[in-house]
Design a protein around this ligand. Structure first.
Ligand code: FAD
Length: 487
């Protein structure tokens, strides 16, 4: 674990302002508070980590065939760090990657990269045994031939899966092997509970003497000072309050461009509007997550089945009628760093979804999954979608590993695409503050980096986090299963 850092200012302690309390802003605040650095979070909504969904950890990037090997290795390292930073938020079950015959891809194409990722995982575990958070490195993935898969269909579905075979057996009972290319690949890519992350951050930051948390408060204007910023805000009652900070972190998610505009900084970025759906399906046994590959944006686009307890499943389908939206990917312009989404999507973001849209798109998602998993057509709509807009810095829509950029000596913008990149962004901010002379880091931190384990997130038990996460699902109107531990 890390010790507190020395803040070097002679006049006053360093105060970092964080705009946006999504996973990016909350993680920066956790890291800074853990080191004893004062933060003030300004969050427009009524709670922390309350933005677009997070269901998959992406420890190895194996869901994305199109991204570079380097991005996969980065996501692996960042995911391991994230498990250590948010220890009670992981849904421990593997992911199965299946390539249907309708997909033009080669089922074997992933194998060279999986070998590299498994080797890197072994190296990280050798470097620090505490990195062994994804099981044995030698068991990181396993390939199933057609014959092995057919043989599993003759086994009973285990009540409590303990081995790779146990996890694969429900699929063997339900999928038609003649519709798939082999191997099917089972990999230790776990789920991530947004609600238990939100509970972890809320409990830790509400109790931290180093964090001042203002929810229901929106930053409306920025004033640059010689030695920092004055952030002008308005709360729900219409009260205005200014906050003076030495260093500002813009972590406003898909609205990061609006704050860049307030600060007068130009920036190229994309914003994509997307949604995932919640269904109930009563079936035997425990399911792994399942990815059915397919070309993105076509009617056969990738389908993703993410299991939670009590028969609740989260669904993605990479087609325009399910997860993606027509003209839902927009770019910034020469006039504004903020990309503009079409008005209907902006309205859904601001006011939520109407029931007919919820029913139609969730039913489309169920049918999309049922093409490959026929029994899934019995599934029913189990609530409103998890939806939101996601930012991607630059102009490459396939970028998945991104973290932070700086402007001058007082401004950072955190632009993550995957939640696991948040801790890397936070750490780079700490090193920037040290470079600027605000703090002195220990020799250990300079030589080896900061430990991903945070004292502040380990002070509550798994049970306390789960109970608090369940309350958040109730407040936000989602099934409690999304907050429950998988075991
Ligand atoms: C359908 C979908 C599925 C996804 N699935 C996954 C997944 O499985 N795994 C994964 O890692 N990632 C996933 N993502 C991406 C993930 O949701 C985002 O990377 C992540 O939420 C970004 O976090 P953030 O903190 O940057 O932004 P946000 O969560 O959007 O937080 C930004 C915060 O800033 C606040 N804010 C904005 N403007 C202001 C202002 N002016 N003043 C004060 N506060 C302000 C907002 O209220 C918000 O709370 C998914 C995204 C989508 C859309």
């Amino acid at each position: 674990m890390n010790t507190k850092v020395n803040c070097n200012s002679a006049q006053r302690p360093l105060r970092v302002g964080i705009l946006g309390g999504g996973v990016a802003g909350a993680t920066v605040a956790l890291r800074l508070a853990d080191l004893g650095i004062n933060t003030v979070i300004i969050e427009a909504s009524d709670g922390l980590i309350n933005g677009p969904p997070i269901c998959h950890l992406h420890a190895g990037g194996n869901l994305y065939r199109e991204i570079s090997d380097q991005q996969c290795l980065t996501l692996l390292r960042q995911s391991i760090d994230s498990v250590r930073a948010y220890p009670h938020s992981i849904n421990y079950r593997p992911t199965v990657i299946a390539t249907p015959l309708t997909d033009p891809g080669d089922a074997q194409a992933l194998l060279p990269r999986l070998k590299q990722v498994a080797k890197e995982y072994q190296r990280l575990v050798d470097e620090d045994p505490a990195n062994k958070v994804l099981g044995e490195p030698s068991q990181y993935y396993r390939c199933y031939s057609r014959e092995q898969f057919i043989a599993l269909a003759k086994q009973p579905i285990p009540e409590q899966p303990l081995s790779h075979d146990d996890w694969m057996t429900p699929l063997a009972h339900h999928l038609d092997p003649s519709q798939f290319k082999f191997p099917l690949i089972l990999v230790q890519e776990y789920g991530w509970s947004l609600f238990r992350m939100a509970a972890t951050a809320t409990l830790a930051l509400e109790q931290s003497e180093y964090c001042e948390l203002h929810v229901n408060t929106r930053a409306t204007q920025l004033e640059q000072l010689n030695d920092g910023w004055c952030v002008h805000t308005v709360d729900q009652q219409g009260h205005n309050q200014p906050f003076k900070v030495d260093f500002l972190v813009n972590a406003c998610g898909f609205r990061t461009g609006l704050v860049d505009d307030m600060a007068g900084y130009r920036r190229e970025r994309l914003v994509e509007y997307k949604a995932a759906y919640v269904a109930h399906w009563q079936t035997d046994g425990h399911w792994p997550e399942v990815i059915f590959h397919g070309p993105r944006g076509t009617p056969q686009g990738m389908a993703q089945l993410t299991p939670y307890p009590n028969g609740i499943y989260q669904l993605h389908g990479m087609t325009d009628s399910i997860t993606l939206f027509k003209d839902g990917l927009v770019a910034s312009s020469a006039y504004s760093a903020q990309p503009e989404l079409p008005q209907p999507y902006q309205t859904q973001l601001d006011h939520g979804w109407q029931t007919p849209d919820i029913t139609q798109r969730t039913q489309d998602a169920i049918s999309h999954l049922a093409r490959m998993l026929p029994a899934f057509k019995q599934a029913t709509v189990a609530g409103k979608p998890l939806f939101g807009a996601q930012q991607i810095p630059g102009s490459d829509p396939s970028l998945r590993a991104a973290d932070v950029s700086f402007e001058g000596a007082h401004y950072a913008r955190v632009e993550i695409v995957k939640a696991s990149s948040a801790l890397t962004a936070a750490d780079r901010i700490v090193y920037k503050l040290a470079d600027l002379g605000w703090l002195t880091l220990s020799e250990q931190a300079i030589q080896h980096g900061l430990s991903p384990q945070l004292t502040i997130t380990t002070q509550h038990s798994a049970h306390q986090i789960e109970a608090s996460a369940v309350k958040l699902t109730q407040q936000r109107g989602y099934p409690e299963a999304l907050a429950l531990n998988m075991d």
